[in-house]
Design a binder for this molecule. Structure first.
Ligand code: HEM
Length: 242
């Protein structure tokens, strides 16, 4: 067994341990710092365009990862041909990938160009942005490299995907990952570094996205004018109008 194979067998578990313990620690010791540290108050014009562009793009990319990594190729073959799978991955994934990259480029530009937003940016944020962008660019390279009309140069659903699933069933298959081209290795290593940083950055907001907002009932606000005035303005009975 080569060292490289052992690396792919062991490092995902180290990453999972860092994420689990790190998230628990962050929640225990920094419950009130568990936030995006929104900068909307400082600038909202650019944010209004860039933030949804990035978030919708990355959400579609995330769904693409779940489908491509968790669903075995043999199952997918029952639903669509290889050609159709590849086409939708490149077209849908391409659009989502470009939206996410454009969105993050705009967000970073805004952070640099808007004085108060730049002032509120810490070294921790800068490191996180660097690793996030590197993971995205390397991922995009995996989609783009070696693409021909017939399909991709390398079928990651024979290497990266079964390796990914093997981690979760506690039977790691580093030997499969070793067979993937180097650009997949680079992408996944950067992703693992990002996962290790996750609990210690503003990215924790992903674990508490306010999804309930979409479904909660409206809040009804009532003025307190009438009740307050009645206390101040003597004993005249309160009626609407005169
Ligand atoms: C262990 C974790 C991960 C694995 C195994 C993985 C694997 C892959 C694979 C196989 C592709 C090529 C998909 C295709 O061509 O259809 C890809 C693309 C991509 N990945 Fe990852 N990835 C991981 C984590 C991440 C993370 C954390 C990010 C960003 C935050 C990310 C961002 C991207 C992007 C932007 C693309 C291009 C997809 C597109 O154009 O739609 N990945 N990834």
């Amino acid at each position: 067994m080569s060292g490289w194979e052992i690396f792919w067998d062991v490092v995902p578990y180290v990453t999972l341990a860092v994420v689990a313990v790190g998230t628990w620690w962050r929640y225990r010791y920094d419950k009130f710092g568990w936030t995006t540290r929104s900068s909307q108050l400082y600038e909202s014009r650019l944010l209004r365009i860039a933030s949804p562009m990035f978030h919708f793009g990355i959400l579609v990319v995330f769904i693409g990862h779940v489908i491509g990594l968790f669903i075995p190729e043999s199952w997918m073959d029952l639903v669509m041909s290889d050609h159709v799978y590849h086409l939708q991955a490149v077209i849908l994934g391409g659009i989502a990938g470009v939206a996410a990259l454009l969105g993050i480029a705009l967000l970073i530009y805004r952070r640099r160009a808007t004085g108060p937003v730049f002032m509120a940016t810490t070294a921790n944020d800068k490191t996180m942005y660097l690793v996030l962008v590197a993971a995205m660019v390397a991922g995009f390279a995996c989609t783009a490299i070696g693409v021909t009309p017939e399909g991709a140069e390398h079928d990651y659903r024979q290497t990266v995907s079964p390796w990914f699933r093997s981690i979760w069933i506690l039977q790691p298959r580093g030997d499969l990952m070793v067979q993937a081209p180097v650009y997949f290795h680079i992408h996944v290593i950067i992703a693992l570094v990002l996962f290790c940083l996750w609990p210690f950055t503003r990215l924790v907001h992903v674990f508490s996205a306010p999804i309930g907002y979409l479904f909660r009932p409206y809040i009804v606000y009532r003025g307190r004018d009438v009740a307050e005035k009645s206390e101040l303005v003597g004993s005249r009975p309160q009626r609407r109008g005169w």
